[in-house]
Write a protein that binds this ligand. Sequence first.
Ligand code: GDP
Ligand code: IMO
Ligand code: MG
Length: 410
Amino acid sequence: MYPVRHPIVLGLQYGDEGKGKITDYLARQAQHVIRFNGGSNAGHTLWLNGKKLVTHSVPSGILYSHVKNFIGAGCVIDPQSLERELQEIATSGSVMDGARLKVDYRAHITLPIHLALDGGRESVGVQGIGTTRKGIGPTYTTKMDRCGIRVEDLFKKDLPQRVEYLCKTYNHLLEAAGLPESTLADNMVIAEKAGEMLRAHMSTEQVPFWDIAKTEKCVLEGAQGVLLDLDHGSYPYVTSSNTLASHAAVGTPFPLSKLGAVVGVAKAYQTRVGSGPFESELKNEDGERIRVNGGEFGATTGRPRRVGWLNLDELKLSVRLSDCSHIVMTKADILSGEKEVKVYSKGVYKSFPGWKTIYDGASKDKLVPELANYIKYIEDFVGVPVAAIGTGADRNELFWPHGPVDFWGL
Ligand code: GDP
Ligand code: IMO
Ligand code: MG
């Protein structure tokens, strides 16, 4: 047995890069899949045998009965959304009991007041940034403000007083926006239900992976993307959590010396939902065609995603910010049939001849030269190998240009 170090899967762009698919692919070999940031703003799509499942708060190891899924301390949990998610998973035949889904006792709970604050902020004039309206910003705000509700608080006697204090402290913002206040009763109904649902799932381990990380294989699954990171993304058009690889250690918590490969997922082009800068955006029929071919509509909100060519300066920045060791470039198949494919750097586009198909020949062991050239150019530009290329939505639709990688054995 070699010394195990564990891979982190994260997005290198503005979210929706295909992290769910890569996590699901790696989960086959793992015993634990761990989310370390975000909440129900995430939408991670898994395809298996023609059936689709979108995970939001639940980690993307759920399709395997041998995998234990863990929602880390750095995450936020909307109990109403999680309940819907668990019901959907149950109808697809998986039972997420207390053994298969654990929730850290320190994760924060999204209550109706957080949803109202997010929706209110987005609706009132200039302050909106196009959030998912899932209460993410307000839940992290009240966490920072030390008046949030953690999973463990749901089981404490003074829960009503804590919820009352939260409502008292933040209702004035709803009032200022001309919106009805969020009542203690409405918040308590949800908090009590959340307690019932989460009781069997709560983990009270302070360092839950200290021993596990020495022997069992884990995958750390990020949500959103590096360019949406609260500190290092395109502020203020960002999410309210840290999305970088370094946060995987904090948001779990996971022993730092046991983290290994940083698998950065990027599309062969680029998309963004919500507001914010997008230098290489295609606001023409090319963008529309790629949006339709790529099914670029949000997995959480259904909003059309903005589409553009790959911004290599941003990709290089993301690779550096997250200390990425491997890139997985998804959706190369979506660009098949494009006459030309472009990349963007410092205000200039470079054009590449497009590819009609992914593979050179029926044996599927070699890429067509046009795609191989495109990948090589990107690798040289950002200085990190493209370990795998996404050739379709199914978990197995991956090609490994430099051969297979054992992400735990590096
Ligand atoms: P995530 O949030 O990063 O997990 O990504 P999403 O699930 O929000 O969006 C990615 C979309 O692309 C989903 O519909 C996936 O099924 C799909 N997808 C992922 N990889 C590939 C790929 O290589 N090719 C194609 N055609 N679709 C892919
Ligand atoms: P996954 O994990 C794409 C975007 C929102 C908005 C900004 C802030 O599926 O990649 P928030 O609701 O987090 O306060 O919104 O961040 N956003 C995402 N975009 N994929 C996501 O998650 C996202 N999560 C948040 O659209 O621009
Ligand atoms: Mg998504």
